[in-house]
Design a binder for this molecule. Structure first.
Ligand code: PXL
Length: 290
């Protein structure tokens, strides 16, 4: 029997400073009424965009964590993975999925690998190869434009046309997930708008949600986006409403932060907007694409 609140196994790192991964995933999903059970991939002094970060890789400890969960006969409504500290962790996430899988479980894979056309310096090409395998096990994948290019082994361009994005989304779903979402797509020609485009293979529909772009880069917005989207789907929202809520939330976060003179490496001021996390969509802006 499932418990009174839904449970999610969250496979991400925990970084002491910078509002990425579990420090975003836990507050967002908890505020949405979902119990987060962390399977920490690594503990870091900060995220990897700060110099000289200190990292403890937990690869060798993850199987015993999973074994204990198995003994406890835990049941999860969802599994959600993000930043993996080594290529070897992919096989461990696959094992986690195999161990706890049920027919109505939601598997969300955020293939965290890079941004702005570049792979994160801390991650090797071997992780890209393994991540290409891991996404075949997902129901929902949420790469940004850089990660989508890495997964499909396509050249990165900040200015792909919509036809290319749609082609990439279909190709991602052909690898296994029924829903693929590409985030952080700048709209040409003036870059004043940024969009998220999604494809649901079951209904053969494409959705787009856009918002105004502010010229700042905050690490962790992808983690907050996918956490919000996952929470909304677990609450029973449709895909376009979940996308709308996630885009609005991130947009609020960027706006709450942008006016301050601030070290952007610390991420968006999540604490200032966390109360909005459970709000229904105020004014939906999603579009169904042709
Ligand atoms: O949000 C992505 C992310 C997650 N975890 C760690 C990171 C980053 C991005 O830099 O360094 C450790």
């Amino acid at each position: 029997m499932q418990g009174p609140v839904k449970k999610i196994a969250a496979v991400h790192d925990i970084s002491g400073i910078g509002r990425v991964s579990l420090t975003s995933v836990i507050p967002i999903l908890s505020s949405m009424g979902v119990q987060v059970c962390p399977l920490p991939t690594a503990v870091l002094s900060s995220h990897t965009q700060y110099p000289d970060f200190y990292k403890v890789d937990l690869t060798q400890h993850l199987h015993p964590f999973i074994e204990h969960w198995k003994e406890l006969q835990l049941k999860f409504d969802a599994i959600y993975s993000g930043y993996l500290a080594s290529a070897a962790q992919v096989e461990i996430v696959e094992h986690l999925i195999d161990t706890f899988h049920t027919p109505d479980m939601l598997v969300v894979i955020d293939p965290v690998m890079g941004d702005n056309g570049k792979r994160y310096a801390s991650l090797g090409l071997d992780l890209v190869k393994e991540m290409q395998k891991l996404i075949t096990r997902a129901d929902v994948v949420t790469p940004n434009l850089t990660e989508a290019a890495l997964l499909l082994e396509q050249p990165y361009s900040a200015h792909n046309d919509l036809a290319t994005i749609k082609k990439w989304l279909v190709e991602l779903t052909q690898k296994g997930p029924s829903t693929a979402i590409i985030t952080g797509i700048p709209e040409t020609p003036d870059n004043k708008i940024t969009s998220v485009v999604a494809y649901e293979s079951k209904t053969d529909r494409f959705w787009k949600v856009s918002c105004h772009y502010l010229p700042a880069n905050y690490p962790g917005t992808g983690d907050s986006f996918t956490s919000m989207l996952t929470g909304a789907l677990m609450q029973g929202d449709s895909l376009p409403i979940a996308l709308d809520r996630a885009v609005q939330f991130i947009s609020q976060g960027v706006r709450a932060t942008f006016g301050h003179t601030y070290d952007t490496r610390e991420g968006i001021l999540l604490e200032r907007i966390l109360k909005n996390v459970d709000n229904p969509v105020a004014m939906g802006t999603y579009e169904l694409l042709d």
